[in-house]
Each structure stands twice: as C-alpha cells, then as structure tokens.
Design a protein around this ligand. Structure first.
Ligand SMILES: Nc1nc2c(c(=O)[nH]1)N[C@H]1C(S)=C(S)[C@@H](COP(=O)(O)OP(=O)(O)OC[C@H]3O[C@@H](n4cnc5c(=O)[nH]c(N)nc54)[C@H](O)[C@@H]3O)O[C@H]1N2
Ligand SMILES: Nc1nc2c(c(=O)[nH]1)N[C@H]1C(S)=C(S)[C@@H](COP(=O)(O)OP(=O)(O)OC[C@H]3O[C@@H](n4cnc5c(=O)[nH]c(N)nc54)[C@H](O)[C@@H]3O)O[C@H]1N2
Ligand code: SF4
Ligand SMILES: [Mo]
Length: 664
C-alpha cells in the first residue's frame, strides 16, 4: 500500500512523499516523483526519517521525573496519571498566579497546520485557561517585517520561476543545504544562459557551485544593495515607468542610493569595488534578475533592514514585471488558509511572550509547556535558559519524540507522534502547493498527536467548549474554508485523494506586476537614513574583548536539532568544527584540527579548528543543530549567542555575535 504524505520539517521545500506500508509496517519512504517541486527526491536527512521513527531512543510512554531537574531520570506512568497530575498543577497555577503564568512554548518541530506551529495547535485550550500568548519569532521575523515594509507582504516570487531568470543572486542563503530543490530550477535557468552569484560570508557548497562568489562582511547586505543600485543608476537602467506607476518615495531613496558610491560600499562590505561594480553592471543589464534571499542575512541587528532594502532592487529595475524576476524570501504570504486563534475564548486580553526571550522572560512563569521545540538546543543564551529550567517552582511539560536536552528538565514528558502516524495539512514556504499528510501506520507505544493530546487534556479537565473537541478532519475543513480565491476548488476530499494541489496562482506568476499589497498599492522605499543598520558585531568591534564575528548557519545533516541524535547522520557530521581563516589561526597559534573553546560572556562551546579560506579574516563559523549533551563540553553555539533583537520583528541575531577562540 502506498500512502501520500508530506515532510513536516521546517524547510522551505515541504516535500511530497510516498510511504510504502507492508503488513501494517512502514517499509519505504521516498520523494514523490509526480510533485513538481519535490521531483522525486527528499534529502540526506529525511532519507533517514523512517529509520528515525523506529529509533531505539524514541519516547513511547508518558513519564514523570524522578531525578533532579536536568538529570533526565524518569519513570513510566500512565496517560491517566499524567493528565491527572497536569490538570491539578495547571488548575493550581491558574488559581494562584493567573493563566498568564503559563507559557505554551510551541516551536518549529513540525510546520503542520494541525499538529504544529503554522496552525492553532492547543491554542483554543490555552485561551480557555487564559495562558500567555507565544510569539514564534525565532526564524524569520526580522526579514518578514523588512519585506512587509517595502512590499506590504513577505511573499514574493514563485521559486519555480527561477528557471526563467537570466541573473540569479543567492543572497544569504545556502540553497544546496537548506532547501536544495530550488537548485533544479536554477540549473534549468543556467541551461538557458543564466549567471549565478552567491553572496555569503562563508564560501558554502552553494557558493562553490555558483559562477561567482562575493565574500561579504556579515551584516552589511543593505549597504551592498545600495551599492549595486548606485551602479544601476549610473547605467541609467532604472525602470522609470515602473517607478512612476508602482512605487512611492523614489526621489528620497534615489538620493540615498547616490550617497552610497561603490568605493564607500566596498569599505563597509569588504567586497572589492571592482566586484561590486561588475555585479552592479550585470544587474543593470540583465532582465529578469531573480534574488533568493532567505534567513541567513536577517539573523543580524540590521536584518529587517537588509531585506527591506534588498526588496527595493526589483522595484528600481522593474524586475517585478517578469515572472523570472523579483525577490523570493518565503511563499507563506501566498497561503490563505483560515487560521483562527479563537481569541473570543479568552476571558481577558493576555500578554505575549517572545520565543527567543526564554532566558529573560521565564522568571515569572510557573508552567512552561514545550511542544515541537528544543529550546536548550536552539534558543539564544542557552546557559541562562538552563539556569531557569532548573528552578524548582517551575512546572515543565515537554511533548516530545526524543530525549532532548530540554526533555531532561521536564517534570512530565508526553510521547508525541511522528509524521507517518498522524494527519496534517501543510503548505510550503518555498513553493506554491498545499499538501495533505495521511497517517501511514499506527503510532508506536502510547504516542499521541498534538491535537489528540489537547482533546484528552480538555476532557480530563472537564472543559465543555465544543470546539475543543473538533476532530483533525473537521479542523482541516475549517482551515480550507477561508473563501480566498487561491483556495477555490481545493477541498479536503481532493487533497486526501491527490496528496497535493497547487494553490490557484498563475503559472508563471508575476505577483507584483500590477502593484503591491500596500495601502497605496505601491512599493514603499525606505526614507533617508532607514536603508542600512550596522550589525552588533560591526558596532562593537574594536571595543569588545571578543574580536571574531561568529556565524552559525544550517548544518547539512541536521534540521535544526532534529536528527541530532541519529547515529548515521551524527557520524556523517563528524565532530563539530569552527572555520577559522589562516590569519586568525596564525595570530592565535592554532593548528588545523586543534580542539578550541569558542567563548564570550555568555558561555562557551568546544569545536575543532578547521583552518580555511572559506571565511575571511575576522569571521568564524560553526553550524547549528547539535544536541548539547551529545557535543563535547555539553554545549552548542547557542551558549555564545546573546539574546538580542534585530531591528524589526524582535528577530534573533544568531549570526551576529563576537567571540574569542582559545586552545583547550
Ligand atoms: N540541512 C538543513 N536545512 C535546513 C535547516 C537545517 O538546520 N539544516 N534549517 C531550516 C530552517 S529552520 C531555516 S530557517 C532555513 C535556514 O536556511 P538559510 O535561509 O539558508 O539560513 P542560514 O543557514 O541561517 O544562513 C544561510 C547563509 O547565510 C549566510 N549568512 C550569515 N550571515 C550573513 C550575512 O550577514 N549576509 C549574507 N549575505 N549571508 C549571511 C550564512 O553563512 C549561510 O551560508 O533552512 C531550513 N533548512
Ligand atoms: N545558533 C543558531 N541557532 C538557531 C538557528 C541558527 O541559525 N543558529 N536557527 C534558528 C531557527 S531558524 C529555528 S527555526 C529554530 C528551531 O528551533 P526549534 O523550533 O526549537 O526546533 P528544533 O530545535 O528543531 O526542535 C524541535 C523539536 O520538536 C520535536 N518535534 C518534531 N515534530 C514534533 C511533533 O509533531 N510533535 C512534538 N510534540 N514534537 C515534535 C523534535 O523532536 C525536536 O526536538 O532554531 C533556531 N536556532
Ligand atoms: S527537509 Fe526539506 S528537502 Fe528534506 S525532505 Fe523535508 S522538505 Fe524535503
Ligand atoms: Mo527556521
């Protein structure tokens, strides 16, 4: 039997997959060859997903803590015992401290609209208790806000239309690692003569495959955008008609561009003036130009501004006229499912707690409810979080599949289903399709889905609100019922039968050829002084005892911290390394392969030096995704990532921290 499903992980590609089930057991999982974006391939990580669902360390039963917090010692209990203890604790906390003392901490473990963070998982239940709201800002908040300011939405190009581009900028994005399905469309473009440029402080595997690579100083992308536009103006290649019809604030922004000549931008970005000039000339002369700018460049103090300013480029060149032109950050804004948080169930307005501020906002919280998240592995300022999680007055519940570092601090652990075991509805953030995930097998042990866990808890607490008991299929019907034209004709029946359906957008698609979803219908250029915000590392360099700028991007073998415990993927990932330029290694007397402490005031993690010309002097890099407890020294890079906000959306600064490196 073949069951159609979808990859639930936080990856733009949201692949369509096919599970082969034999005698009630899932025996094979592969990419769906019929899906136009998946094109039959999954990835190095998810090729092991089935093996992962059957792993020996899978959490299968509810558990109660028996050792000290952090020890990871638990005893098995029944679901009834778990629900009874949880109900009693939640009621007592609400009575004594009010509902806002509860923090439902929902992460990106699954992007499902039923089981995960894209939907309303548990929110009806939390609203009835009056729990604090949770702002999932951990990933794309800065960039999304920046794009919104310019375009009125964070949505842009259909990534499939990269095949139509003649110039492609891969800007702060590691396509071959973090969403490789775009590459086939880039290859199609190349077959028609497209030129590909990667802009990244690290010469990544993607940069290796590009025609040209620009090593940019971290956090200076907005300045580069202004420099490129400076050349476009010098070439007189601005699209005057598009500017007049579809933009506002051009004259002021034009002055800003003129204030950023190539030499000045070279100084800010560290990119040679000749390279900026040559790319600017190429940009001026090549229509359409497609820009893939994703998350890397917005994990900085000026990350919102970076996207805001990059988004002006196709407004100046008129690239939005063409389906193969524009900026592709995320397609989420094209998704119009009906996600209703049911705030009418709240007795009074409640505060919002910020996902990346766990370390500083947990102090007056009495119940932390973690689901589909692994804050000890993924959230900034890990050492401060660890101190908070050790508090005896904090009641921590973790719904999990695997015994993460965060689980080790739980009072109660609830076993969660994986994607082959539950229903879900998905939309990609890197393509234009909706996907349905049909369960292929029965959950192992006593695992329950997110939706079912909250239904049972509500029943145990005697809650009477009928909508708490909507079934998964009813919830899916509700999500599809927004009435938006992009969903017309897309029914649950059809999705269940076909597995995936393209939303109703033209193919090819030029989303802003006729205007923008702003109040005036026009693209909004930044005002004077709003187009570039320096990074924290730039502001502090020379004044801080920590001289090296650390970048901590996606790992090829892990998906955030998911798969961090998979033996084969860990074997492939080898020991953690920190890339160090030859000059910085020499200045510290460090040898290739030497174990070092990467440290600052927040803490330290251990890694082996890889002396490399993949990073420039002053920049070091080490990847995210390892489990702290499975790493040397018990820490990953988030020990040195400070809890600081980007300029917009309170986005985190994962790639904007200063460190020193010292031999162990
Ligand atoms: N294999 C794998 N795939 C993943 C993930 C994973 O962990 N592993 N994570 C998933 C998730 S949650 C997300 S959000 C995406 C993230 O994937 P991406 O959007 O690709 O983001 P990052 O990996 O953070 O960074 C991408 C690149 O930006 C570069 N960069 C850092 N700072 C700057 C800068 O200031 N300017 C420029 N121009 N470049 C900069 C980094 O060096 C890196 O090579 O990937 C998803 N896909
Ligand atoms: N240093 C550094 N840190 C980063 C980043 C970076 O670039 N650098 N990137 C950040 C980004 S982009 C993101 S999105 C965050 C991700 O941070 P988180 O949202 O915390 O995601 P993960 O660390 O992958 O943890 C997700 C957990 O959810 C569990 N899970 C998966 N599916 C389900 C399910 O269906 N139900 C339940 N109950 N649990 C499930 C998994 O087992 C896993 O332990 O990390 C951020 N952390
Ligand atoms: S992680 Fe991304 S590339 Fe890999 S299977 Fe999932 S959606 Fe596809
Ligand atoms: Mo993310």
């Amino acid at each position: 039997m073949r069951i159609l499903g979808a990859c639930p992980l936080d990856c733009p590609d949201t692949c369509s997959w096919i599970v082969t089930v034999d005698d009630g057991k899932a025996v094979k999982l592969r990419g769906n060859p019929d899906h136009p974006y998946t094109r039959g391939a999954l990835c190095v990580k998810v090729n092991r997903y089935l093996e992962h669902t059957q792993a020996a360390d899978r959490i299968l039963y509810p558990m109660r803590r028996v050792g000290p917090k952090g020890s990871g010692r638990f005893e098995r209990i029944t679901w009834d015992e778990a629900l009874e203890e949880i109900s009693a604790r939640l009621r007592a906390i609400v009575d004594e401290h009010g509902g806002e003392a509860i923090w439902p901490y929902l992460g990106t473990g699954t992007l499902g609209y039923l089981q995960g963070c894209e939907g309303v998982a548990g929110r009806r239940f939390w609203n009835l208790l009056g729990a604090s709201k949770h702002w999932l800002n951990i990933c794309s908040a800065a960039g999304s806000s920046g794009l919104n300011r310019t375009n009125g939405t964070a949505a842009g190009m259909d990534p499939e239309n990269f095949a139509l581009a003649k110039l492609i900028l891969l800007w702060g994005t590691n396509t071959l690692t973090s969403g490789h399905h775009l590459w086939k469309f880039i290859q199609d473009a190349r077959a028609n003569g497209a030129y590909v440029v990667a802009i990244d402080p690290i010469r990544t595997r993607t940069a290796d495959q590009a025609d040209e690579y620009l090593a940019i100083r971290p956090g200076t992308d907005a300045a580069l955008a202004l420099g490129l536009l400076n050349v476009v103006l010098a070439e007189n290649a601005q699209d005057e008609e598009f500017l007049a019809e579809h933009t506002e604030g051009w004259e002021e922004f034009r002055q800003e561009i003129l204030g950023h000549p190539v030499e000045k931008v070279a100084e800010i970005t560290g990119i040679p003036a000749a390279a900026i000039h040559s790319l600017g000339t190429r940009l001026a002369r090549t229509r359409p130009t497609a820009i893939r700018a994703t998350h890397g460049l917005q994990r900085h103090a000026g990350g919102g501004t970076a996207l805001r300013t990059i988004a002006t480029i196709p407004g100046v060149t008129g690239d939005w006229r063409h389906p193969g032109g524009g900026v592709a950050f995320s397609t989420s804004g094209h998704v119009h499912l009906s996600v209703d948080q049911r705030d009418d169930l709240l007795a009074k307005p409640v505060r919002t707690l910020v996902m990346t501020k766990l370390a500083s906002q947990l102090h007056d919280v009495k119940c932390l409810w973690v689901y589909a998240a692994n804050p000890l592995g993924s959230t900034p300022d890990a050492n401060a979080i660890r101190r908070q999680l050790a508090r005896e007055d904090l009641f921590t519940v973790v719904m999990e599949q695997f015994p993460t570092d965060t689980v080790d601090y739980a009072d109660i652990v609830l076993p969660a289903t994986m994607q082959t075991e539950h229903y879900d509805l998905h939309a990609g953030y890197g393509h234009m399709y909706l996907l349905w995930n049909e369960p292929a097998v029965e959950p192992p042990g006593e695992c329950l889905s997110t939706t079912e866990t909250f239904r049972r808890l509500a029943a145990h607490m005697g809650m009477t609100e009928p909508s708490l008991y909507d079934s998964d299929l009813e919830l899916a019907e509700q999500l599809l019922s927004s009435g938006h034209p992009s969903l017309e004709g897309i029914t649950l029946d059809r999705l269940r039968k076909e597995g995936w359906v393209r939303m109703n957008y033209p193919k090819p698609f030029a989303p802003f050829a006729e205007g923008f979803p702003t109040p005036s219908g026009r693209l909004r250029f930044p005002r004077a002084g709003q187009a570039y915000v320096p990074s924290y590392t730039a502001r502090e360099s020379g004044r801080s005892p920590y001289p090296l700028a650390l970048v901590t991007p996606a790992s090829h073998t892990f998906l955030n911290t998911i798969f961090g415990n998979n033996p084969e993927l860990r074997r492939r990932a080898k020991d953690p390394v920190v890339l160090v330029n030859r000059a910085d290694a020499a200045a510290r007397g460090l040898a290739d392969g030497q174990r070092v402490r990467v440290h600052n005031d927040g803490g330290e993690f251990l890694a082996d030096v890889e002396i490399s010309d993949r990073v420039s002097a002053g920049v070091v890099a080490s990847q995210k995704g390892r489990w702290p407890k499975l790493s040397p020294g018990g820490a990953n890079p988030n020990a040195v990532v400070a809890e600081r906000d980007a300029d917009m959306g309170k986005g985190p600064g994962y790639h904007d921290n200063l460190v020193e490196i010292t031999a162990v």
